[in-house]
Design a protein around this ligand. Structure first.
Ligand SMILES: [Zn+2]
Length: 350
């Protein structure tokens, strides 16, 4: 019998195994002293050296494959057994086994990480408001990440956002590719390819060369972009008011302060009610009752133009924020690092 045939027989037989007893019998059938594979291995001594090498290697590989499949199947049966035992029974059994190494492990069904969970929530909230969720590229060109958004080569904003550039080994001075520093990089890309009206959010990973208590080199942002006829600042305000209430709680209020970002005009800083003191003032919000949370504004005419849109006829708004920051505000988490350390004692609280 050739090895391929044995392998196929084994796979078929394994798929029909329904109990540990079946599994043990199958093991004898293939790997036992008179088993199918053992017979092939024993027959090797009658072969020439060249054949021995060829078939012997393949036979040993198959033996390892079969052994591994047995290990996995065995584990599945053992897991099932534990699942069948109730928590109380487990505790009863464990209470008479003094050495914790031999006790039945507790059920360890995990749950979604708070950041992923919040991203799902963001998508849900905006989908309800008829936004389309759009994926962007994590590796971007310098043009879409900076130039198209009004951040030209000598613009000071490029210094603030210390960027991970991807070196072109042939042209070391050329800095065309980078890890996107903001989800805004998707704005012009999307405008170029899609008809108006545009109503999208862009959630995803972004990268900057920051690493301290409140910054991580990789973090998540989400970005909203709406472009069409007659879009106003009022639309932006009502959108953010509804969204922030849904994301952070019914009693959340927002306020706008004027600010500057190169790709919006006017630019706005958006504050939300401090989630920790609910607006009465605490040390996190420096007793103001407000937390700075989003950057927003009306899309700059130059950005619309870069996207091929007539800025005389159409207008739009954009907003963006860090997802980690929102999760921290929502759950009153003091340090960003906690979200990345994978400490189960922390994660279990969500
Ligand atoms: Zn506060």
């Amino acid at each position: 019998m050739d090895l391929e045939e044995i392998k196929q027989q084994f796979i078929d037989a394994l798929s029909k195994v329904g109990s540990e007893k079946d599994l043990a019998e199958l093991e004898v059938e293939f790997l036992g002293r008179k088993g199918k594979l053992t017979t092939v291995l024993k027959g090797l001594s009658d072969l020439t050296i060249v054949e021995k090498k060829r078939i012997g290697g393949a036979a040993n590989e198959l033996k390892e494959f079969i052994a591994e499949e047995f290990r996995i199947k065995n584990l599945e049966f053992r897991m099932k057994k534990w699942e069948l035992i109730g928590e109380q029974e487990k505790q009863d059994i464990n209470s008479i086994i003094p050495d914790s190494r031999f006790q039945i492990p507790p059920s360890t069904l995990g749950h979604i990480h708070p950041i992923s969970n919040f991203l799902f929530k963001i998508n849900r909230v905006f989908e309800e408001m008829e936004y389309e969720v759009v994926d962007g590229y994590e590796i971007e060109t310098d043009y879409y990440n900076f130039t198209a958004l009004g951040t030209h080569l000598d613009h000071p904003a490029r210094d603030e956002q210390d960027t991970f550039y991807i070196k072109d080994l042939e042209h070391p001075d050329k800095k065309d590719l980078l890890l996107r520093t903001q989800t805004s990089a998707m704005q012009v890309r999307y405008m170029k390819k899609h008809p108006l009206p545009i109503k999208i959010i862009i959630p995803g990973k972004t990268y900057r060369r920051d690493n301290d208590a409140t910054h991580s080199p990789m973090f998540h942002q989400f970005e909203g972009l709406v472009v069409g006829e007659g879009i106003t600042l009022g639309d932006l305000k009502s959108t953010l008011m509804i969204a922030m209430k849904k994301l952070l709680g019914e009693n959340t209020k927002i306020r706008f302060r004027s600010s500057y970002f190169p790709f919006v005009e006017p630019g706005l800083e958006v504050d939300v009610t401090c989630a920790i003191c609910k607006g009465s003032g605490c040390n996190v919000c420096k007793n103001t009752g407000w937390l700075e949370l989003l950057g927003a504004g009306m899309v700059h005419p130059d950005v619309l133009k870069a996207g091929g849109i007539d800025s005389e006829k159409y207008s739009g708004f954009a907003f963006g924020t860090g997802v980690e920051r929102m999760v921290m505000v929502k759950h009153a988490i003091p340090s960003l690092k906690l979200l990345y350390e994978n400490d189960i004692r922390f994660l279990e609280q969500f």
